[in-house]
Design a protein around this ligand. Structure first.
Ligand SMILES: Cc1cc2nc3c(=O)[nH]c(=O)nc-3n(C[C@H](O)[C@H](O)[C@H](O)COP(=O)(O)O)c2cc1C
Length: 214
């Protein structure tokens, strides 16, 4: 099949688009507003962009009433956010933190979570998340939508502090992702948790020549 998103003429019972780029990591983003009220929300249009320095980004749509999401407003006000890694153990709290609550209500507490202080930024970290990145706002890119409400803001932040729970490391000092089970977003209502890993050495030019000869 082939379809053009501008016509949305896929002919399928559900829009397949989000199922076509999977799994998407979940940026579970904590922020504070100018008065210090804590906000927490998951974003699956999220990824890491570079190493030195590391940058991360997430893309936020708008609320039904065309207001920008609290996360974006808070980052614009304060210039700071924290990425918390969402895992299988905290999947329900992650989901609860997507609920729209009145601005100024502590969404971290409302999701039954406890805060941990950050080192360099004001937004707290989510206790129980095995990895946290403290981030400073670098830039926001405005993506036009086909309708005004479909516009997105792509927020890029520089990672200035990295916390890794010592208990999430193997004896060899590797992040034990098979044990901590980060979760990712698939299409529809589906998620995935990392459980089955495989490793591959970098391919060599000799291997490439061998393939071509076969
Ligand atoms: C797993 C998951 C992923 C989400 N990803 C996004 C996303 O990438 N962009 C977005 O705008 N909203 C996303 N949402 C919805 C927001 O989390 C939701 O609108 C939230 O209420 C925003 O909160 P805020 O206004 O406190 O920032 C996602 C929700 C869930 C459960």
């Amino acid at each position: 099949m082939y379809y053009e998103p501008r016509n949305n003429d896929h002919g399928l019972p559900f829009n397949p688009l989000k199922a076509c780029v999977v799994p998407r990591p979940i940026g579970w983003i904590s922020t504070v507003d100018a008065d210090g009220a804590v906000n927490l929300a998951p974003f699956s249009f999220f990824n890491m962009l570079s190493y030195n320095p590391p940058y991360v980004l997430f893309s936020s749509g708008m609320h039904q009433d065309s207001a920008h999401k609290d996360t974006v407003q808070n980052i614009e006000q304060t210039g700071e956010f924290v990425y918390n890694m969402a895992t299988w153990d905290q999947r329900q709290a992650m989901n609860l933190s997507a609920l729209i609550v009145e601005r100024g209500v502590d969404e971290l507490a409302a999701a039954g979570l406890e805060p941990l202080p950050s080192s360099l930024v004001r937004p707290p970290r989510v206790k129980g998340a095995p990895v946290h990145f403290e981030c400073r706002h670098y830039q926001t890119l405005d993506l036009p939508g086909r309708t005004p409400r479909a516009a997105h803001k792509v927020v890029i932040g520089e990672v200035v502090g990295v916390h890794i729970d010592d208990g999430a490391l193997t004896a060899d000092g590797l992040l034990d992702v098979a044990r901590i089970r980060p979760i990712g977003r698939l299409g529809y209502m589906d998620y995935v948790s990392v459980e089955e890993l495989f490793s591959m050495e970098k391919a060599t030019p000799e291997e490439q020549i061998g393939q071509a000869a076969e």
